[in-house]
Design a protein around this ligand. Structure first.
Ligand code: NI
Length: 177
């Protein structure tokens, strides 16, 4: 396995809608290797999620996991999930605000409104159909990664840029104890 280079804001691949992964390509060794490398890369950089577009691959693959993460120490744990061709549907209009960061937008945080409860349809890395409901932080991470696959970043979802904050100032003035 290898650690991949993560693209930063400004790279055009971040602004393209990613390609659907055809079902018969999910099991290919090339797709499986990409997923393994994405997992390795996310762990290396202490991310809670990573979209394939962030490692130069314009394909509808997103991964997420929250363990004991130094970047998000107060957050609930999420098991490692591989979401291929994900679709999300809000279950209500209810939204909530929280801080987000992104491995492609180094050292910054901002407050982003997200739907509280969503239904997720996707395939897993074995091509099995997933259909589940999540809420809160878990729903937030999936919406953030889904956005990447549509060519969006969290800055596009902020109500305005008044809460955009460098990580050092975030830690000083806003971080939870
Ligand atoms: Ni991101």
């Amino acid at each position: 396995m290898s650690i991949l280079k993560v693209v930063r804001l400004g790279h055009p691949v971040l602004r393209k809608v990613a390609q659907i992964v055809p079902p018969d390509q999910i099991s290919s060794s090339e797709t499986q290797r990409l997923i393994d490398n994405m997992v390795e890369t996310m762990k290396e950089y202490d991310g809670v999620g990573l979209a394939a577009v962030q490692v130069h691959e314009s394909r509808q693959i997103a991964i997420l996991e929250v363990g004991d993460n130094p970047r998000y120490p107060q957050k609930p744990q999420i098991p490692l999930s591989i979401l291929i061709n994900p679709k999300i549907t809000p279950l209500s209009e209810a939204m909530e605000d929280d801080w987000e960061g992104c491995l492609s937008i180094n050292e910054m945080r901002g407050i982003v409104p997200r739907y509280k409860n969503i239904r997720v349809l996707a395939q897993d890395r074995d091509g099995k159909q997933l259909d589940f409901v999540v809420s809160g932080f878990h729903a937030r991470v999936i919406q953030h990664e889904w956005d990447h696959l549509q060519g969006k970043v969290f800055l596009d979802r902020m109500r305005d840029l008044s809460t955009l904050t460098y990580l050092q100032e975030y830690t000083r003035y806003y971080a939870e104890e």
